[in-house]
Write a protein that binds this ligand. Sequence first.
Ligand code: URA
Length: 188
Amino acid sequence: MEVSWDSLHADIEACEKCGLCRQIHHKVPGQGNGSAELMFIGEGPGADEDLQGLAFVGAAGQLLTKMIAAIGYTREQVYICNVVKCRPPRNRTPEPEEADACLPFLRAQFSLVRPKVIVLLGATAARAILGDQVRITRDRGIWVEKKGVWFMPTYHPAALLRDVSKKKDTWHDLQSVQAKLQELRGEA
Ligand code: URA
C-alpha cells in the first residue's frame, strides 16, 4: 500500500521502536516541499529542534539555510529531515540500532518526496544511506547514484561551525549539487 504523509507522520508520532523517544519533547519528522527535487538529510534533532518539533532550526540550521540559499533555493523549496526523528540525549551520535530502527521512515520520505538529488550532511547520514565503510573526509564530494537518485555526501553544517577550513570543500560540493540539478533538468 502507498504510504501517505498523514500516515507517515502518525507512525512517526506513535513510534517506540528504540529508546530515544522516552526523553524527548517532540518528534522531528522533517519539513519542507513534499515533492522537492532536492532533499537534505542530517543526523538527528538537537535541543532547539526537539523543543520546536522542526528540523535544522538551531545554529547549524541557520548555516544550512545559507548553504541552501547559496545554490539558489529557499528552505521552503527543498525537503529537510534527519536520520533519527528523536533527539539523542546530549546530542550524542545515534547508535546504529537507533538509526536502523528509524530508517523505514526515511525510506518512506524518499518514496513520497521522490527527489532527484539528496545531500547527506555528515558521517551519520552518509553511513546510514551509503554504508558503514563511508569516511566523510575521504568520500565527501563523490556522487553515488542509486535507483536513479543522486546522493552527495558532504560535511554537516555543525562541523563547519567548529572548523571553518571545511567550508571550501563544502562549497565545492554544493556547486556540484547545483550543476547536477541543472544537468538533470536538461539545462547544462
Ligand atoms: N543537526 C542535525 O543533524 N539535525 C538537525 O535537525 C539539527 C542539527
